[in-house]
Design a protein around this ligand. Structure first.
Ligand code: NAP
Length: 226
């Protein structure tokens, strides 16, 4: 399928590379393709500069948020939570209308220092904000509860014996996302319900962040035993 992955941090390239490896036609979206390709400094957490990553994935296009979304059947939001609404506004409501919009972002708020808190939280979620702002997009929250490498290679943690959640109003969109998740190797895919259930998935982040500190690694995931 034609998939736009909006985001050039750690998650965007990780998901884009995995999708391309599965045979999808992938374009990465960014605010300014030229500036992004000119970045030479390391990414967050020592990730390779974007251009270096792209040199090894030259089949993946790099475009503005709008151009990437315009040509896609599915759009993945892998942008910074604080910038997601701006990024999707730049992508353009018309380019998102009717499309599955996979939201993997977390609304982390670093304004009070570390560890970050969430904004919005509890009675709202970033996924709901996105669905309200783009009512014609079919938003599905997923994958935000694990680190990027685990998103696309679940077998790398406990042989893949762990869980991933989906939240969204559109049943067909959740089926499409479930199919994508199975392509990555996820087996325990739990449909939490409508888009308001994304509050729960986003509110796992405070626990995830403390586990990261306690375990000294982000390479873990949650298993819902039942
Ligand atoms: P990030 O640094 O959080 O986000 C980078 C992306 O956000 C870039 O594409 C950047 O655009 C865009 N961006 C930042 N501010 C923006 C603004 N004001 N307007 C428009 N776009 C803006 O990268 P990340 O670590 O890959 O995380 C991406 C998302 O996934 C985040 O929401 C994060 O919370 C979530 N998440 C991350 C992980 C992980 O393992 N890192 C795991 C689960 C969920 P440019 O391309 O133009 O620079």
């Amino acid at each position: 399928m034609k998939i736009a992955v909006l985001g050039t941090g750690t998650v965007g390239p990780t998901i884009a590379g995995a999708l391309a490896g599965l045979g999808h036609e992938v374009v990465i979206g960014t605010r300014d393709p030229e500036a992004t390709l000119a970045r030479t400094g390391p990414g967050l957490m020592g990730a390779a500069p974007f251009a270096q990553w792209h040199a090894g994935h030259s089949q993946i296009g790099v475009a503005t948020f709008a151009d990437a979304a315009a040509g896609a059947e599915i759009v993945v939001n892998a942008t910074n939570g604080g910038g997601s609404l701006d990024a999707l506004t730049a992508a353009g409501a018309a380019n998102l209308a009717g499309k599955v919009l996979v939201d993997v972002a977390n609304p982390l708020d670093f304004s009070q220092g570390m560890p970050p808190s969430l904004n919005p939280v509890n009675t709202d979620s970033l996924a709901e904000q996105i669905q309200r702002a783009f009512p014609e997009a079919r938003v599905v929250k997923t994958l935000n509860t694990m680190t990027a490498s685990v998103m696309v290679d679940p077998a790398g943690v406990a042989g893949g014996e762990h869980s991933v959640f989906v939240s969204g109003n559109d049943v067909d969109a959740k089926e499409t996302v479930t199919w994508l998740l199975k392509g990555f190797g996820h087996r325990d895919i739990i449909d939490l319900g409508d888009i308001t259930t994304a509050r729960g998935a986003e509110m796992i982040m405070p626990l995830w962040l403390r586990l990261w500190g306690a375990l000294g690694t982000g390479h873990f995931n949650f298993k819902i035993a039942r």
